[in-house]
Design a protein. Structure first.
Length: 69
């Protein structure tokens, strides 16, 4: 079985239109770099959660792997 590659930090993993819509609900404007920054934060959380799961000898990321940081 081939190993899946990690998502590069520049690869978009968020739904930009949904994020923009959610921010607009707060009646704020969205700068051109805002979604890139959010995407980077999401990548960081993914990395941290995967690292925590591995540190606990698991291959499954659980919700508390995201909340424990």
């Amino acid at each position: 079985m081939a190993k899946k590659k990690k998502a590069a930090p520049s690869e978009t993993v968020i739904v930009q239109s949904k994020c923009k819509e959610a921010l607009k609900a707060y009646e704020v404007n969205v700068a051109s770099d805002a979604l890139e920054g959010l995407n980077n934060v999401v990548h960081w959380y993914i990395n941290q959660a995967a690292s925590r799961a591995k540190a606990n000898n698991r291959k499954t990321v659980r919700a508390h792997d995201f909340l424990s940081m």
